[in-house]
Write a protein that binds this ligand. Sequence first.
Ligand code: GDP
Ligand code: IMO
Ligand code: MG
Length: 423
Amino acid sequence: MAVDLLLGLQWGDEGKGKIVDVLTSKYDIIARFQGGPNAGHTLVFNGKKHVLHTIPSGIFHEDAMNVVGNGVVIDPVIFKKELDKLEEQDVNYRKVLLISRKAHLILPTHRLLDAASEASKGKAKIGSTLKGIGPTYMDKTGRNGIRVGDIELADWKKKYRALANKHQAMIDFYDVDIQYDLEDLEKDFFEAIEVLKSLTFIDSEEYVFQAIKSGQSILAEGAQGSLLDIDFGTYPYVTSSNTTAAGACTGLGIAPNKVGEVYGIFKAYTTRVGSGPFPTELFDEDGETMGRVGHEFGATTGRPRRCGWLDLVALKYACQVNGVTQLMMMKGDVLSGFKTLKVCTAYKYKGETIWHLPYNIEEDNISPIYTEFKGWKEDLTKMTDESELPKELNDYIAFLEKELGIPIKIVSVGPDRKQTIFR
Ligand code: GDP
Ligand code: IMO
Ligand code: MG
C-alpha cells in the first residue's frame, strides 16, 4: 500500500497534530520523519489539550502503531517528559511506540551549542527554539552524530565523551556568555537514556518496507512547514531538515514511487514564529486580532506568533515542491468577523509584478499585492457540515481551489477533533 504524507505548507503550526489525530483511525501506522522537539503538535479532544513534540500524533489511538523515523532527532530528556505526560493520561504507549535505531540523539551540548550560536548572531539570530536541532543535524551530516542504535553498544559513552568535549571547545570558541553545569545536564540525560532504552528500537526502514508490502496503511506526519525547509524555505531562517515531501522518503526510507496522497495543510491566514522574512505580516489591529482570537502562541516556546494574511504565492510554491494532492484549511473560524479579507496573489518585486517566490524575499525587495474578499460574520465553531458554511467563506475557498488547482478536502473550524468539516 502507498504511504500518505501530511505536510505543513507555511512556516509551521498549521494544525498538523490535530489533523493527524483526526485521520489516525484510517491508518495502521503513523510515522514522524524529521524534526524533533522543536515541533509542538497540539491535539484537543474530550475537553483536554495535549501537546506532542517528538512522539507521533497517533499515540492516543489504541490501534495505531507510532514510529519515530530515522530522520527525526531525539532529545531523550524531552522524550522522557513526553512519556511521563502520556502515563499521566493512562496512555499505554509501550506496545505501540517504535523508535528507529538510525534516529540521531540530541546531546545536552547540542542544546548549549544552539544557544551559543544564536547568542553570537545577535540581531541576525534565527529565532531557533534552542532545542539543539541545528547542531544535531550538523553532526549527522558531518558524520559525527550519536544514534539511538549506538546506545545499545558497550562503548558508546566513549564516543559520547569525545563528542561532548569537542562541543565544549566549540562553545568556548563562540566567546559568548553561556552558563551551564554539564554534570547536572548529563545526570538528566543519562537517566533519560535508560528510559529510552526500555522502549522498542527497530530498523525502521525495514519495518516500513514490510508494512507497505503487507498492505498496511501508513501516514507520515511532517513537522514544521515547507517555508522552514532547509533547501526550499526562507534560508537561513529555516530549520535544519527537509520538511517537504522528499524528507518523508529520506526520513523513513520510503521509495518515492510508494508515496500516495500528499495532504497539504495551511491556515486560512499565515503565522510565523522566530525571525525571517514574512511578506504579508501585519503590524496593525487585524494582525493583533488574528493572534488574539487564534491564540497564536508557540506550542513549544510560548512565544507570540507573528500573524498576517494568506500568501497564495508562497502557498502555490509549497504545493509545487510537495506535489500536494489534497488541501486542508485550518482556523477559518479565526477570520469570522473580519469585514474584508486579503489574500496575497502576487508580489511587487524590485518594481515589477511577479507571481513566484523569488530568491530573496527580504522586506526591502518585496511587497505583497492583495486581492480582497468580503468577510463573514457567522461563528463557524459549531458547524459540522459543509452546507452550513457561509457564502463568503465558500467564495474564499473556491478562489483558493481555483488558484491552486487542488481541492480543499477539510475545513477545520476549531481546535477540537470534532470541529472538522469534510468536503
Ligand atoms: P502544528 O504544529 O501544525 O501541529 O500546530 P500547533 O499545534 O503548533 O498550532 C496549531 C494551534 O491551532 C493549536 O493550538 C491548535 O489547537 C489550534 N487549532 C488547530 N486547528 C484549529 C482550528 O481550526 N481553529 C482554531 N481556532 N484553532 C485550531
Ligand atoms: P511545528 O512542527 C513553527 C522555527 C523556529 C525558528 C526556526 C528554526 O510545531 O510546526 P529550530 O529550533 O528548528 O532551529 O528553529 O524554525 N520552528 C518552528 N516554527 N513550528 C514549528 O514546528 C517549528 N520548528 C521550528 O521558530 O524560526
Ligand atoms: Mg506547532
